[in-house]
Design a protein around this ligand. Structure first.
Ligand SMILES: [Zn+2]
Length: 582
């Protein structure tokens, strides 16, 4: 990229901007009017200088109801706009700071562009853009709401640096232009809602990048991309400091991954299913992680089908850095040597490498479900239930335990619509687990095998595939758990009566009351001297269910729900049995 040419362009545009400043303010800006349908960008990264320079084209489509004369393009506040052109001619734009927590710096540089003519609804415009600047470690959005600096830096670890470069896209660093309303971390779910709207709008868009890395001591093994698939096209002049590596990258459709790039002095461990890039001194953790992944492969394949892509893990320099995933790419500090934890992480990652869906409750819910399945396979059902219990405490706080959700929340917070990670990760995992218990393992595997992301046009597509595998009516279940958020069930054993049978066994008649607003099929365990027997009972919302359980010895206690069904109150789930020996 020729930086001199760019700076000349901006100087001449600087004058224009002075004039348009006054006019822009008189408009109420519709920041989310345009969708970016395509990015075609030349990206130059200079790790030694912390620099990013971008030049290229973006296509915008007016998705609002009204014609639009103004388009807003936003990049990180540490980057500066150099030029904006339409049809080869510079267009008027004002560059202004915009406070928003969608970027790690807590701010954006906006180019408020006056288009040559108004764009009609559904009309498109192509803009040629140039911007550049530095990307430094910056956690302002977190520190200004009181996050301690160290924790903030371990969360927002993005930076371009000679030693370690890692930059994630929208939601972390606006290194490619976006257009969003203000996101505020101190206002509840605001950031997630803004991000979700952005991702939804961008679902069908394409990105093509030509990336050039300059300087330093680079090898192509050192580069890693997520959310786009890349091929290294040239490595020029192999000696520092004039080294250049170029890569050609295109976005993978049907997945809402955040385009991400990482550059570090990595060592590489290649296995058939996974590639692990690790930093010097982390050999043990890298090997543990690769070995664990290879062991989990057959299990994941059996559940979620053959691998679509190779899983990739890359080391993060900060040992406390928060892990980040983008599809089958996992960025995490490789410090541990616990094979069990490594297996747990691999189960999640390999599920992404096999199974693709753009619906978070399917994509992420299944990857977490795979972790619970893995634990069950390794250490038994109880280990899986404990693990799910940890997740449950997360969404129990989101899913108000006492009051049923308001009507609008029922739809907004449903698994098919929610933007809340607690719901589409943790709650979805429990829903998949319940479905497995209800439909059976073979049936659920068949439904998953029949799923095709490109055919998933309706929220009911996956539920219909599952329903096809069973004679049971599951519509009520999907209504309560997937299409709506009706809160959680609350089971209570109302009564349990035991009677001795002719064969000297005991027949226990149990009435279970569901005080909650959501139905479920729940396990009921009768404990007797020397053992227990478990059966399952469907109890709809605000209803009662009755079940008879035969046990070989005098029954002592009934427990409803082994923890596999999320419930708002587990304190009323145990019942002591009175024995009537008639
Ligand atoms: Zn995931």
């Amino acid at each position: 990229m020729k930086r001199r040419e760019l700076s000349i362009a901006v100087r001449s545009l600087g004058f224009l901007c002075v004039f348009c400043a006054a006019t822009v303010n008189s408009f109420a800006l519709e920041r989310e009017a345009f969708t970016f349908t395509s990015y075609d960008l030349n990206v130059q990264i200079e790790p030694d200088l912390h620099r990013l320079g971008v030049r290229g084209k973006v296509t915008l489509r007016n998705d609002s109801q009204a014609p639009q004369k103004i388009a807003v393009l936003q990049i990180s506040s540490s980057l500066d706009w150099r030029s904006v052109k339409a049809g080869d001619k510079p267009v008027q734009f004002v560059s202004q700071p915009y406070t928003s927590d969608i970027d790690h710096t807590g701010g954006l540089s906006e180019a408020i562009v006056t288009l040559p003519q108004a764009i009609a609804p559904k009309g498109t415009v192509e803009l040629e853009i140039a911007y550049e600047g530095v990307i430094l470690l910056d956690a302002t959005r977190l520190t200004r709401i009181g996050t301690p600096e160290e924790a903030a830096n371990s969360t927002d670890w993005d930076r371009i640096d000679a030693k370690f470069t890692a930059v994630r896209g929208a939601g972390y660093v606006a290194w490619y232009p976006i257009a969003t309303d203000v996101a505020n971390l101190s206002e509840g779910n605001s950031l997630f809602e803004v991000l979700d709207r952005w991702k939804t709008r961008e679902a069908g868009s394409t990105m093509h990048l030509r990336v050039v890395m300059i300087g330093g001591d680079l090898e192509h093994d050192h580069m890693l991309f997520g959310g786009v698939s890349c091929s290294v096209i040239e490595v020029e002049s192999t000696s520092a400091p004039n080294q250049r590596i170029a890569a050609d990258c295109a976005s993978q459709r049907l997945r809402s991954d955040v385009p991400t790039f990482v550059v570090a002095d990595y060592q590489v461990l290649e296995r058939p299913a996974i590639e692990v890039k690790y930093l010097r001194g982390h050999d043990v953790a890298a090997t543990t992680s690769a070995d664990a992944a290879e062991k989990v492969v057959p299990f994941i394949t059996e559940w979620f089908g053959p691998r679509r892509e190779k899983a990739k893990t890359a080391d993060l320099a900060d040992p406390k850095a928060a892990p980040f995933e983008s599809g089958a790419l996992l960025l995490m500090p490789l410090t541990g040597d616990d094979p069990k934890l490594a297996g747990l992480a691999a189960a999640h990652q390999l599920t992404h490498a096999s199974f693709l869906s753009f619906r978070p409750w399917i994509e992420e819910g299944l990857a977490h479900f795979a972790q619970a399945l893995y634990l069950e396979q390794q250490s038994g059902r109880q280990a899986a239930l404990v693990y799910m219990g940890l997740h449950r405490s997360a969404f129990n706080q989101v899913d108000a335990p006492t009051a049923p959700p308001r009507a609008e929340d029922e739809a907004n917070r449903s698994l098919v619509n929610t933007t809340s990670e607690e719901l589409y990760r943790s709650k979805a995992m429990c829903v998949w687990w319940m479905l497995r218990d209800m439909v059976g393992e073979a049936g659920l595997k068949k439904a998953l095998a029949a799923y095709r992301a490109e055919q998933d046009k309706e929220p009911s597509y996956m539920p219909r595939l599952i329903a096809a595998q069973t004679q049971r009516d599951l519509e009520w279940f999907f209504d309560d758990w997937v299409y709506r958020d009706r809160g959680l069930p609350d089971f209570k054993v109302e009564s349990a009566f035991s009677r001795k049978t002719m064969t000297n066994a005991y027949m226990v008649t149990i009435t279970v009351d569901n005080l909650g607003t959501t139905g479920a099929e729940v396990p009921i365990t009768v404990k007797f001297a020397g053992g227990d027997t478990t059966k399952r009972l469907e109890v709809r919302a605000k209803s009662k269910g009755v079940i008879r359980v035969e046990v070989p010895a005098s029954p002592q206690e009934v427990v409803v729900n082994d923890g596999s069904v999320p419930e708002s109150d587990m304190r009323n789930n145990t019942f002591r049995i009175e024995v009537t020996d008639k």
